[in-house]
Design a protein around this ligand. Structure first.
Ligand code: SF4
Length: 482
C-alpha cells in the first residue's frame, strides 16, 4: 500500500468513463487517492478517444502541458490509456516523450503493474492487444477473454462510493467496420460477456444502492453469448437483468440498426424497468452516403425501426447520431439528413463533423473532400433544425407529471445563479433548491426540491421547457420511497 495520488482524466464515450472508473478502483485498492490537481499528482493517466482528430489533439495538448512539471517532479508516472494508446503508441512517445506508459483498452487490467514497473525504473512500457486479438485462434481468445474479464470483475463499488447510476459492460469491441470508424482498430473484435457475470455485477451494484444501470456495448443489441449450450440474446439479457431487486431503471447504449430485432422492442414494452428510450445512430439520411459508410441499413429500414419502436413501446423517445460532411456528401445528400430530422421527431441528435481517421477504409479510399466551413455550416443547420423539433415537442409535455430519477444539484442552475450574483442581481432560489434528474425517456428535468430527494424517484409536474431541458415542480412533496 502507498499514499500516492492519482489524477485520471477521461475523454470520449461512456465506455471510457466505465474503463476509467474500473482502473481507478484498482488503483484505490493499492492505496492511491484520486485528486483533481493534475500538476500535483504522483500518477497522471489520460484515458483517450480516437473517434475524432480533435479529441486526440486535446489529449496531446494535455500531456504536453505536463512536460515542465515532469522535470520538477521526475518520479511522477505519466500514462496514456484507451483508444489513442492502442492506435498510435509510437506517435505518442514521439510527440510527448515524457510519457512513461501506454496501454490499450483491452489491457487496462495491467495498469497497476505497469505503474509499479515504471516506479522500479523501467519506462516506455506498452500494452496493446487489438492486432493480436484479431489474429488469435479461438483457444487463444478464450484465455485472452479471461484476462480481459479481470478488469470488469475487479469492480468493487465500496472503493468508489455508492452511486445511484452505473454503467455495466456487456460487450467489448466491434466487428462492423463502418468505413469512417476507428473503433474496430482500437477496441478489437466484438466479444459478449457471459450473462451470469453481467447479472452478478448488476446484483452487486444494486446491493450497494445503485438504482439505474446502463448496459454498454458498441453495438449492444448485437449481444449474444452461450449459457448451458444455448444462445442468450440481448432481449433475454434484459429479462435476466430485470429480475435483480433494487434496480429501478435499465438503459442500454449504443444500438446498431442493422442488427435490431423486434424481440428487443417487446422486452422494452413488457419489462417495466427498461426505460422507454432508444439511442439508434443513423449517421446520414441519404442511402448513398450510408452505402459509402457501409452502415448495413437504409433510411427506409431505419424509419421502419423507429415506427415499430413507437408502435410497440408506449411513450418511447428516440435519439440518434449524424455525421455531416462525410466523403463526397453533396448538398442534396445533406438535405436528405435534414428531411429525416424534420420527419422523425427525435428527442435529440448528436451531430459531428466528419473527421478522417487513420487506418479506416474511408481514410485509405475516400477523399475527405467536404471543406471544413461547409461541414461546420451543415453541423449548425442540422442542430438548429433539431432544436425547433425538440422545442415544439417539449412544449407538448407542459402540464404533464413525469417520473424523474433525481441525480443531484443542477449545474446549469448553479452557473446561472453565480452569473446573476456576479451581476449583483437578487436570485429567488437557493443553490441547494435546484435539482436535476431524468425521465425514463432521458429528458433532463430541473425542479425545486430538497437534498433528501437526491437518489430517489420523484413525480414532477412540468411547467416550462427549452429545447434541451424541462422545468417543473414536485407533484408530490414526498418523493416515492425507494
Ligand atoms: S458499429 Fe460502426 S460506428 Fe459503431 S463502433 Fe462499430 S464500426 Fe464504429
Amino acid at each position: 500500500m502507498n499514499d500516492r495520488s492519482v489524477y485520471l482524466e477521461t475523454m470520449g464515450c461512456q465506455m471510457n468513463v466505465l474503463d476509467s472508473e474500473l482502473v481507478l478502483g484498482q488503483l484505490r485498492a493499492r492505496g492511491y487517492t484520486p485528486t483533481d490537481d493534475m500538476h500535483a499528482a504522483d500518477l497522471v493517466l489520460v484515458n483517450t478517444c480516437s473517434v475524432r482528430r480533435h479529441a486526440e489533439d486535446k489529449a496531446l495538448s494535455r500531456l504536453g502541458s505536463l512536460k515542465l512539471s515532469k522535470k520538477s517532479k521526475p518520479d511522477r508516472v505519466i500514462g496514456v490509456i484507451g483508444c489513442m494508446a492502442e492506435r498510435d503508441p509510437d506517435g505518442i512517445f514521439e510527440k510527448v516523450p515524457h510519457v512513461d506508459l501506454v496501454c490499450g483498452p483491452a489491457e487496462l487490467y495491467k495498469v497497476p503493474a505497469m505503474v509499479e514497473e515504471v516506479q522500479a525504473g523501467r519506462n516506455r512500457l506498452v500494452a496493446l492487444t487489438v492486432n493480436k486479438s484479431r489474429r488469435s485462434t479461438p483457444l487463444e481468445r478464450a484465455t485472452e477473454h479471461d484476462s480481459v474479464e479481470s478488469l470488469d470483475l475487479s469492480r468493487d463499488p465500496r472503493s468508489d462510493g455508492s452511486s445511484i447510476q452505473a454503467y455495466v459492460r456487456v460487450q467489448r469491441g466491434c466487428d462492423k467496420f463502418c468505413t469512417f470508424c476507428v473503433v474496430p482498430f482500437t477496441r478489437g473484435p466484438e466479444r459478449s460477456r457471459p450473462p451470469d457475470l453481467i447479472v452478478d455485477e448488476v446484483r452487486m451494484l444494486a446491493d450497494r444502492g445503485c438504482k439505474e444501470i446502463t448496459l454498454l456495448g458498441q453495438t449492444v443489441n448485437s449481444y449474444v453469448n452461450q449459457d448451458g449450450g444455448r444462445p442468450v440474446n440481448f432481449a433475454e439479457l434484459l429479462e435476466r437483468v430485470h429480475v435483480v431487486e433494487g434496480i429501478e431503471r435499465i438503459r442500454f447504449v449504443t444500438s446498431y440498426p442493422g442488427d435490431f430485432t423486434s424481440d428487443i422492442f417487446d422486452a422494452m414494452r413488457d419489462l417495466p424497468k427498461v426505460c422507454a428510450y432508444l439511442h439508434l445512430p443513423v449517421q446520414s439520411g441519404s442511402n448513398a452516403v450510408l452505402e459509402r459508410m457501409r452502415r448495413q441499413h437504409t433510411v427506409e429500414r431505419f424509419r421502419e425501426l423507429i415506427d415499430q419502436a413507437r408502435q410497440t413501446v408506449p411513450g418511447i423517445t428516440i435519439a440518434t447520431d449524424f455525421i455531416v460532411g462525410f466523403s463526397g456528401e453533396t448538398d442534396e445528400e445533406f438535405e436528405e439528413s435534414c428531411e429525416l430530422v424534420r420527419r422523425s421527431n427525435f428527442k435529440n441528435i448528436f451531430c459531428f463533423k466528419y473527421s478522417e481517421r487513420p487506418a479506416t477504409v474511408a481514410e485509405k479510399r475516400m477523399p475527405d473532400d467536404v471543406p471544413d466551413a461547409v461541414k461546420r455550416q451543415r453541423n449548425r443547420t442540422l442542430l438548429e433544425l433539431q432544436e425547433e423539433v425538440a422545442m415544439a415537442n417539449n412544449q407538448t409535455l407542459l402540464g404533464r407529471t413525469v417520473e424523474v430519477l433525481v441525480e443531484g444539484y443542477s449545474k446549469a442552475a448553479i452557473k446561472a445563479q453565480e452569473a446573476e450574483q456576479t451581476r449583483g442581481s437578487e436570485v429567488g432560489w437557493k443553490r441547494s433548491d435546484q435539482l436535476v434528474g431524468r425521465t425514463p425517456g432521458d429528458q433532463i428535468v430541473v425542479f425545486t426540491g430538497k437534498p433528501e430527494d437526491i437518489g430517489r424517484l420523484a413525480q414532477v409536474r412540468l411547467t416550462g421547457a427549452t429545447a434541451l431541458t424541462l422545468h417543473g415542480e414536485l407533484a408530490d412533496r414526498e418523493a416515492r420511497p425507494s
